[in-house]
Design a protein. Structure first.
Length: 573
């Protein structure tokens, strides 16, 4: 073994060193390992690969290539898998209740596997939405040297000479319901929208969190935007395996990298690229794993002061492939740094700082995806935080590509998404109203469902700019229009959203960052007296357990106290 690794100080010593570990070593010999292999650091190579959706279908192959990099770097790779719930397939039915909880299951499953087998480092491969933050949360929780790798996005489909994504299919469902899209046209579109392997191609949640991986320093520079089918993904997987061994040698850990300043950088990149509102849920959850205070309002303040510079779907023209060809995440960060919006000092998995990595990047004025910060698309971020009498603990809205930033209208209240979607399908939604979908929060759902089926159907009917929609649930990164999510406190906790009645006037101002219920306090006090907590059908199993422990959306909907309550860190066992 190379002299740069001292196995006696690594977690894997507990399963590989000394006469008392002879039974443990017998298992390794059974798998073809040699004495030399056992003497090296053990690196967990975790993949969220599966056949559930194209987001995940290349991940196992990439993880296998990573093993070669780990070996070349002087380590012994140990491959294992975790689950995913793929939002595009879970969308629009009860399956979406499983989506957000999958983030916690992914993080927990990686944690218990690494703890049980005493791995010294991690390289993680993820594709679909919740698997990205789930994997990074596990890395921060365990605090062993780690590198996060995104499996890459899907290439855009082509329909009638235009690039299309799965969002076009969701919106076509609304057009079909409105009588504006023949069934054969819908079927033709569904067959070409997703042409192969990879995660959703726009600046939706997966690509947003892939940007976060680079911006926060846990991913190799300009590694995450290469589409899944590209041959370069093999080189990235190999490089990650080699580089994680350098991190082991230096004992450079995720919490050394993910400082508060790094979280601010990540939030800036989300805002600048018009990223998913889900980042405002995942960044606080990741910060919780480090013991850093960073809630929805911290994220919103950063969004408020960051220019929107990336012309990406769903608010703009381009997809992840175009972003990659324009120079990737680091091209966006280059102009943000020049404008004073990025802190250059946080470390990254290269062993260098963000600033040192960016010194190797030259701004390309000829690319079309990113605007210079001196001439942004809009002067403030593509995502805005809101606060007011309807959401005392905050809410969030994606304004990228929206022309209208104020809205006022009468409430149309639904107690679950299915009822709202049925009303949309019946075309029983009036222009100018504010749809309220409640009891869909982390606890009340349970599971804080995304509402893409409903919002896309409204857009497909031409109602996207004519109504507003508010929920204590979530929206897909693919959602567009005046759609406000994460309303907190949620209805299940007796938040003001639980007291709204049909016809109440709701006033929203995404420029000022306000969301208010125009009902006198004395009337709300009377309604509060008669309010009763709701029960739901999930009274056993994982969803029951989740609703017992899940916290507020404001703090990331986390399920444990995080690093602040730690008495030890796994990496130090």
């Amino acid at each position: 073994m190379s002299q740069k690794f001292d196995k006696s100080k690594l977690p894997s010593r507990h399963v590989s060193l000394g006469p008392e570990r002879a039974p443990h070593r017998s298992y390794y010999y059974a798998m073809g390992m040699t004495e030399a292999d056992i003497a090296k650091p053990f690196v967990g190579v975790v993949s969220a690969g599966n056949d559930s959706a194209p987001c995940n279908t290349t991940l196992n192959a990439q993880a296998d290539i990573c093993r070669e990099g780990v070996i070349a770097g002087g380590g012994t790779p140990r491959r294992f898998n975790t689950i995913t719930v793929t939002d595009g397939i879970a969308m629009g039915h009860q399956g979406m209740k499983s989506s957000l909880i999958s983030r916690e299951i992914i993080a927990d499953s990686i944690e218990v596997s690494v703890r049980g087998h005493c791995y010294d480092a991690l390289v993680g491969f993820a594709g679909c939405d919740k698997s990205l933050p789930g994997m990074m949360m596990a890395m921060l929780r365990l605090n062993v040297p780690s590198i996060f790798v995104y499996g890459g996005s899907i290439l855009p489909g082509t329909h009638r000479g235009k690039d299309v994504t799965v969002v076009d299919v969701f919106e076509a469902v609304g057009q079909f319901a409105a009588g504006n899209c023949p069934l054969d046209e819908l079927i033709a579109l569904e067959k070409v929208a997703c042409p192969g392997h990879g995660a959703c191609g726009g600046q939706f949640t997966a690509n947003t969190m892939a940007c976060v991986g680079e911006a926060i320093g846990l991913s190799l520079p300009n590694s995450n935007m290469a589409p899944a089918p590209y041959k370069s993904r093999e080189d990235i997987a190999l490089a990650a395996g080699k580089q994680v061994m350098e991190l082991v040698a230096r004992n450079l850990r995720p919490r050394d990298i993910c400082t508060r300043e790094a979280f601010i950088n990540a939030a800036r990149v989300v805002a600048a690229t018009g990223g998913s509102t889900n980042a405002a849920l995942h960044l606080p959850a990741m910060a919780n794993e480090c013991g850093i205070d960073f809630d929805l309002f911290d994220v919103a303040d950063i969004f408020k002061s960051t220019p929107y510079i990336a012309d990406l779907k769903p608010g703009g023209k381009y997809v992840a492939k175009d972003m990659h060809e324009a120079g990737g995440v680091y091209m966006a960060m280059k102009t943000l740094l020049d404008g004073g919006f990025i802190d250059p000092n946080p470390l990254t998995v290269t062993g260098k700082t963000i600033g040192e990595n960016l010194e190797e990047i030259t701004w390309n004025p000829d690319q079309k995806v990113f605007y210079d910060v001196k001439n942004p698309i809009t002067p403030t971020g593509g995502v805005v935080g809101l606060k007011g009498s309807l959401a005392p603990d905050g809410a969030i809205v994606k304004v990228a590509g929206m022309a209208r930033l104020q809205f006022s209208g009468p409430a149309r209240v639904f107690d679950c998404e299915e009822d709202a979607f049925a009303a949309v399908e019946r075309r029983d939604i009036a222009e100018g109203c504010v749809i309220v979908i409640r009891y869909e929060g982390p606890k009340g759902g349970p599971g804080m469902r995304e509402m893409l089926s409903t919002t896309a159907a409204l857009y497909g009917q031409g109602m996207g700019e004519k109504i507003a929609l508010i929920t204590d649930g979530r929206f897909s990164g693919a959602t567009r229009g005046f759609c406000i999510g994460h309303v907190c406190p949620e209805a299940a906790d007796g938040g003001p959203i639980a007291l709204v009645e049909d016809g109440d006037i709701i006033v929203i101002d995404a420029e000022k960052g306000t969301i208010d219920l125009d009902v006198p306090e004395e009337i709300l006090a009377e309604r509060r007296k008669s309010w009763q907590p709701r029960t739901n059908d999930y009274q056993s199993g994982a969803l029951w357990r989740y609703q017992q422990v899940v916290g507020k959306a404001r703090y990331g909907a986390v399920t444990h106290p995080g690093a602040k309550a730690e008495t030890h860190v796994f990496a130090d066992i």
